[in-house]
Ligand binder design. Structure first.
Ligand code: ZN
Length: 74
């Protein structure tokens, strides 16, 4: 009985805490408790790549306009 309990606990430690079907993916985090699929669902890409692109574009435009303003002053 005692041995069975320990085996189950060890087994559950390697299983995704959300879906309890897939093994935990520890490739990106040692203390991850989710499989790769559930983690992606959990993260849901809070910053889509298109937003990062727009952000960089805006930054470039702002820097360029600042340079233009500085050039106009001198
Ligand atoms: Zn999962």
């Amino acid at each position: 009985m005692q041995e069975n309990k320990e085996t189950n606990e060890y087994y559950e430690n390697g299983i995704c805490k959300k879906c309890k079907q897939a093994y935990i993916d520890t490739s990106e985090g040692k203390y991850s408790i989710l499989c790769s699929e559930c983690r992606e669902q959990q993260i849901q890409y809070p910053i889509p790549k298109i937003l990062i692109g727009i952000g960089i574009l805006l930054l470039v435009l702002v820097v360029r306009s600042i340079i233009l303003i500085i050039n106009n002053f001198y």
